[in-house]
Design a protein around this ligand. Structure first.
Ligand code: SF4
Ligand code: SF4
Length: 289
């Protein structure tokens, strides 16, 4: 018997097959999410709860820290874009970088992405050096964030000293320039003010000054995760209170094998999961700062 397959039947069959395949794919993806300890959404909800607990304590009892899982980072740089947008940064400046790292030799080569930002070091060389030229311009807050006093950090010399001292090239010179300058009109989103360490920053101003990552302090104090963490498409970023034994960051640091980029004994507050502890200079060969 000859099987007559009409064009419409064929299309119906193809659609059904695709549907079945995508269903399987969906099941596979769901299984993967379920297999990993927590899905991205659950992870972020949990970190928001951790944040709530930390904010209920006095500031000196909080110890902000970050964990980055390089195995989950897909190098999309959505976190970099989020950082630029959140902090209304000018062209050429981001408080965060995602490096590409090669590990091993052919044929055993691994390649992965390594996101970095200011490590909020517990023994920060930037603060020590700036103290010599502009006392009080940079300081360590009680919660561990390395802060800037903008009324004292306007001098380019102070910035240069801090930048030179930082092994991670984590400071940037902000001229207050616009992305949309030279277009028919500067866009309103570039004209908004941002507040950093109680200092209002606006583009189009006369003076330039140094800036660095502040773990999005203005967000965390309002119960929100840093912009890079809540934007991360790979679920590679973790943030919370290292003083709280029940926080996700504390559990990761305690239960998993983590390492820090600490060749210079600066005691960074950022821990990494997977990947290797690269030579910082090698990594910063890709720095734009
Ligand atoms: S990473 Fe650099 S800028 Fe940040 S605290 Fe450490 S030395 Fe200072
Ligand atoms: S958003 Fe997440 S996955 Fe994408 S580059 Fe940044 S850290 Fe990596």
């Amino acid at each position: 018997m000859k099987l007559k397959l009409k064009r419409r039947d064929f299309l119906k069959g193809a659609v059904a097959l695709l549907g079945t395949l995508s269903l399987f794919r969906g099941v596979k993806i769901y299984a993967k999410v379920k297999d990993s300890k927590e899905g991205v959404l659950d992870q972020n909800v949990r970190m928001l709860k951790d944040l709530e607990r930390a904010l209920a304590k006095p500031v000196e009892e909080r110890k902000w820290g970050m964990v980055i899982d390089v195995q989950k980072c897909i190098g999309c740089r959505a976190c970099v874009v989020a950082c630029i947008a959140e902090n209304n940064l000018p062209p050429g400046v981001t408080l965060r970088q995602v490096f590409e790292v090669e590990d091993g030799e052919y044929p055993e080569v691994k390649r992965y992405f390594k996101p970095t930002n200011c490590m909020q070091c517990d023994d920060p060389p930037c603060v020590k050096e700036v103290e010599k030229v502009a006392p009080g311009a940079m300081y360590k807050r009680a919660d561990g964030i390395v802060a800037v006093n903008y009324s004292k950090f306007k001098d380019k010399k102070a910035f240069e000293v801090a930048q030179k001292a930082c092994p991670f090239h984590a400071l940037y010179w902000d001229t207050g320039d616009f992305y949309t300058k030279g277009t028919p009109s500067v866009q309103p989103y570039e004209n908004r003010k941002v507040t950093e360490f109680n200092h209002e920053i606006k583009k189009g101003r006369k003076e330039a000054f140094g800036r660095k990552c502040h773990f999005c302090l203005h967000r965390i104090e309002n119960g929100l995760l840093p912009a890079c963490v809540s934007t991360c498409t790979g679920g590679a970023m973790y943030f919370g209170d290292l003083n709280d034994p029940d926080s996700l960051v504390s559990k990761l640091v305690k239960e998993r094998k983590t390492y820090r980029l600490e060749m210079l004994s600066v005691k960074p507050r950022i821990y990494y999961l997977h990947g290797k502890q690269e030579d910082v200079e090698e990594l910063c060969g890709q720095c734009h700062g």
